[in-house]
Ligand binder design. Sequence first.
Ligand SMILES: CC(=O)SCCNC(=O)CCNC(=O)[C@H](O)C(C)(C)COP(=O)(O)OP(=O)(O)OC[C@H]1O[C@@H](n2cnc3c(N)ncnc32)[C@H](O)[C@@H]1OP(=O)(O)O
Ligand SMILES: CCCC(=O)O
Length: 450
Amino acid sequence: MYKLSQIAEEYQKKLVTPAQAAAVVKSGDRVSYGLGCSAPYDTDKALADHINNDGLKGIEIVNATIVKNEDYFTFTETESNDQVRFMSGHFNAFDRKMNKAGRCWFMPLLFNELPKYWEDIDVAILQVHEMDKWGNFNLGPQVADLRGVLRASKKVIVEVNKNMPKALGYETELNIADVDYIVEGSNHPMPIIPNKPATPVDEKIADFVVPMIENGSTLQLGIGGLPAAIGHKLAESDIQDLSGHTEMLVDPYVELYEAGKITGNKNRDKGKIIYTFAGGTQRLYDFIDDNQIVFNAPVNYVNNINVVASIDKFVSINSCINLDLYGQVCAESAGYRHISGTGGALDFAQGAYLSRGGKGFICVHSTRTLKDGTKESLIRPTLTPGSVVTTPRSAVHYIVTEYGVALLKGKSTWQRAEALINIAAPEFREELIKEAEKMGIWTNTSKTSY
Ligand SMILES: CC(=O)SCCNC(=O)CCNC(=O)[C@H](O)C(C)(C)COP(=O)(O)OP(=O)(O)OC[C@H]1O[C@@H](n2cnc3c(N)ncnc32)[C@H](O)[C@@H]1OP(=O)(O)O
Ligand SMILES: CCCC(=O)O
């Protein structure tokens, strides 16, 4: 740590141009761009130039899930994996694009463990909020795994962005003494994830879930149209006294807060909406900025199963790609096509079930329409080859489709098959029964129940 009187001078000593910062990276280095909104903009551009102009080879850029509106310059302005390749702990659309180009690999993870995974990072380059008079940069609304990244990094470069909201919370500060170089960036606008409108099927699913949420519940809502539909219906309902404890903070929490639904009256971290990273519209970033109600905390706390379990009436709502009659849930691939990561899906499924009065919902449309117009059931007899089990059957509590709710915990294999067939699209039920019979998880008596 520096004396307070040294801080201004140290800031000037460490202040460099993006090109000078990028020049720190050498061939063979492992570089972290962090998670959420932390990926640099100007230094990324300068790094692409450095790689091209100085013939750098064998760079690896790692991240978990990045919230960004434009591609990395290090991806679009370089040509080969010999120069730079990428690794992601969560395949979002951004990573999928790089993967399709053969340049991005996936690192399977349980999100609550992620800070512990990081090792041997040569340079961390993170976009941060401006430094305060005490010499602390605020990391922005994504402390998630950043303490792990910082622990493992030999050199730390911060790119200051005045638009980065100041996220209050725990371990959200980075002192100038722990920073090697400072770049004053061009203050690129925050990345915007537009609100996805809810489909009629999302609305029907929300109509099943909302009545199962009691007054006094604490919510974990993920990204997408479905959680938005649930948030919207809750905001308009007569349900009261809700709280937030979520991995990703998304716009529906702002709507719920503005509707007076969030009192924070829970039995842990009272009064605070706890989250580990955020992504949404400017309305969300404005809500986060310097707001004492909204509390950013490391993912090893937020997603810790015991922490989640200790919060009474915890309700987790996530979605998936498809599932089988055993109740195995795939949220990561469509056959061999890699789509996403485990993220916090399993952390919250387990934590929510263990919470007193807790509920874990996995929501899915019953069918999907293929390009040729035919429909396929997303409840399948067995998962297709290549499908990755994100939530094992033993950890699944409720599955919800537009046809209803299936409770799987405490049910036998044939009861599960029956409950799942009851919420499959009607036109697929007979076929699913036949398959369940072949699989030995259907009895003659089962069919009489719907
Ligand atoms: C950030 C949070 O949500 S925190 C919650 C905890 N974390 C998790 O649950 C992680 C795992 N889950 C997830 O990543 C998501 O819930 C998903 C990907 C399963 C679904 O999210 P959505 O926002 O509904 O997905 P979205 O509609 O954007 O589809 C993503 C891609 O999957 C494809 N896809 C989605 N469902 C299917 C399906 N049933 N079959 C085939 N492909 C599918 C889409 O076509 C799209 O591909 P594209 O970008 O190439 O067009
Ligand atoms: C990095 C994890 C994001 C998710 O759970 O979806």
